[in-house]
Design a protein around this ligand. Structure first.
Ligand SMILES: Cc1cc2nc3c(=O)[nH]c(=O)nc-3n(C[C@H](O)[C@H](O)[C@H](O)COP(=O)(O)OP(=O)(O)OC[C@H]3O[C@@H](n4cnc5c(N)ncnc54)[C@H](O)[C@@H]3O)c2cc1C
Length: 314
């Protein structure tokens, strides 16, 4: 499939990129590895006048451990993160989510910033323009109906980053810089909960860094997919255990991850929480697996992830 015409500009600093954003009045898309963006452009799901390449911003390509935090630049590739010994030693849930992401070729190209800010997906949306014109534009394409659930008022597309779930379970924070200045927030606050516009970022904001508190934890990542590699999660659960508490994050169903904080890890507590996960999972027919199965598997993977993490040596 052929890319549409756009102007390509390369930024060397974050200020450069924001300057370009302002110069082109926001009719731009930021580019990192391009593994999510390029298919969207090819399908004409996004038609910016200008693509601003962020990969030349070297400040965003480092990993540093300092003052009790591991700070990761948004341009660091998933493969580089997987090779990092601190991540292996301190954050097993993150190492496992990286390992479960797509395949090594994509991990070498894809960045953590792009992974977190990848668009939501739907079996009726990620299609060619011709296909979508024939079917009729849905809510996410600016139309008036949902092509999956007739009558739905909101878009129910799925957010499919594996690594966002692990980072949420690790209580990570993110830093963003945009035309209005800089701010930091808990990673879960970047989600709007809306499938048609999944991120609560201000126009032009750039994700610059992710910070994880440097505390050793037990953890596990469980992912349901059709094939063993390349596939997006159809439901996934990240569990991070510290002392007798757990932070668990469920994703792959609906537009934003859901977080569960557990005080105490007794069997009854875990089973009760897994039942809540099942009840909360609002799966619809927008993937290759049935909604009933994905909903059921949300609870199953929840228990599996907690039990696997409990057995892990710290
Ligand atoms: C075949 C295939 C399989 C995949 N499987 C998985 C999977 O199993 N699990 C998974 O999690 N993902 C999967 N992905 C999704 C995704 O492509 C990768 O996860 C990758 O990490 C995205 O990073 P990127 O650097 O290529 O992002 P890009 O495509 O460059 O960017 C993605 C989005 O983020 C924006 N962006 C990028 N960086 C920044 C920044 N610093 N600030 C602001 N905005 C930014 C871009 O504008 C774009 O909207 C898959 C993709 C493909 C093509």
């Amino acid at each position: 499939m052929i890319l549409p015409d756009f102007e390509y500009r390369k930024a060397e600093t974050v200020a450069d990129a924001i300057g370009l954003y302002n110069e082109f009045a926001g009719n731009v898309r930021y580019l990192a590895g391009g593994t999510d963006l390029m298919p969207l452009l090819k399908h004409r799901l996004s038609t910016p006048a200008v693509v601003i390449d962020l990969k030349g911003i070297l400040d965003l390509s480092t990993i540093t451990a300092q003052d009790g935090w591991l700070t990761i630049g948004a341009n660091v590739t998933l493969f580089a993160l997987k090779q990092n010994q601190t991540i292996r030693d301190y954050f097993p849930v993150f190492y496992q989510s990286l390992e479960a992401t797509a395949c090594e070729t994509l991990q070498m190209r894809g960045t953590i910033g792009g992974n977190l800010l990848q668009d939501t997906r739907c079996i009726e949306y990620n299609k060619s323009n011709d296909w979508r014109v024939a079917r009729g534009f849905c809510l996410k394409m600016g139309g008036k109906t949902c092509n999956v659930v007739p009558g739905a008022r909101v878009c129910l597309s799925n957010y499919c980053s594996d690594n966002a779930l692990a980072l949420i379970s690790l209580s990570a924070t993110v830093k963003v810089i945009g035309p209005g200045g800089e701010r930091a927030m808990a990673i879960e606050e970047i989600f709007s909960g809306k499938g048609s516009k999944p991120f609560a970022l201000e126009p032009g904001e750039i994700l610059t860094h992710i910070r994880i508190p440097m505390e050793k934890s037990k953890g596990a990542y469980e992912k349901l997919r059709v094939r063993k590699s390349i596939d997006y999660p159809l439901v996934a659960v990240a569990a991070c255990l510290k002392e007798d508490n757990a932070r668990i994050c469920v994703g792959g169903i609906g537009p934003a991850p859901r977080v569960y904080d557990l005080k105490g890890l007794g069997t009854d507590r875990v089973v009760d929480a897994s039942r809540s996960t099942y009840a909360d999972a609002k799966a619809v027919s927008n993937t290759t697996l049935s909604p009933e199965y994905r909903k059921r598997m949300a609870g199953v993977l929840f228990r599996r992830a907690v039990n696997k993490a409990l057995k892990e040596e710290k």
